[in-house]
Design a protein around this ligand. Structure first.
Ligand code: CA
Length: 225
């Protein structure tokens, strides 16, 4: 049974989502404030969080950042605004998907299934090594030349995708759909920004660069030495 936490201050919406998702077989708790939501999150185990952006006191962005400090639990943001800058912000802060209110309930269920399916796939993986770069998805650690490298949850997912497909060019569209799971304009720079941050950690301090750009196409991770 999958456990879902809803953090949403509109009680009717929270109750409606709880009832609907319970009928789909999920175990669902909800919190009406960010503080209560974080408390539940820290004291219970959840596979997924549905997180409203507009919350009183502590907003959804702060909650998202606090959760991401120590957890890669799947998070879907719920928001009243479809503005692209908000989507980019959510994804860069580590949200897995983004749903604009009002949404149809079946659409929410489809997104939840997709996000959870992807996390199952990710957790199945073993350790992968390319040159002196090693990633272990079970232990969620990355080493380069024997040095441990700290990555954010999204950087980790991105690196895992590139390493599992070492030598294969990944387009921006593929990267967005596999790492962030969202239908998203490819001309946004979220992938480039994330790659830049990843490079700064895993490539820049080292002689042998592993992430290569194919201008206008995407990225490939491979050992070219
Ligand atoms: Ca709200």
């Amino acid at each position: 049974m999958m456990r879902v936490l809803i953090i949403e201050d509109e009680i009717k919406t929270a109750e409606y989502l709880q009832q609907g998702l319970s009928e789909c077989g999920y175990i669902v708790d909800y919190a009406l404030t960010g503080a209560d939501g974080l408390h539940l999150f820290r004291t219970q185990e959840y596979e997924l969080v549905l997180l409203d952006v507009n919350l009183p006191e502590k907003d959804g962005w702060s909650i998202l950042q606090e959760i991401r400090l120590g957890s890669d639990t799947r998070i879907i943001m719920l928001t009243a605004s479809g503005r692209l800058s908000n989507k980019v912000k959510g994804l860069e802060l580590g949200a897995d998907d983004y749903l604009v209110k009002p949404f149809e309930f079946p659409e929410l269920v489809a997104r939840i299934r997709s996000v959870l399916r992807r996390s199952e796939k990710i957790s199945e993986a073993d350790a992968v090594q390319v040159a002196d770069l090693e990633i272990d998805s079970a232990r969620r650690v990355v080493y380069r030349s024997g040095q441990r490298i700290e990555l954010t949850a999204k950087e980790f997912s991105l690196l895992l995708l590139l390493m599992r497909n070492a030598g294969v060019v990944m387009t921006r569209t593929q990267i967005v759909s596999l790492v962030w799971d969202i239908n998203f304009d490819c001309d946004t720079n979220v992938v480039d920004v994330s790659i830049k941050r990843l490079r700064a950690k895993i490539d820049e301090p080292f002689q042998n660069k592993l992430i290569h750009t194919l201008r206008g196409v995407g990225y490939v991770l491979e050992d070219r030495q």
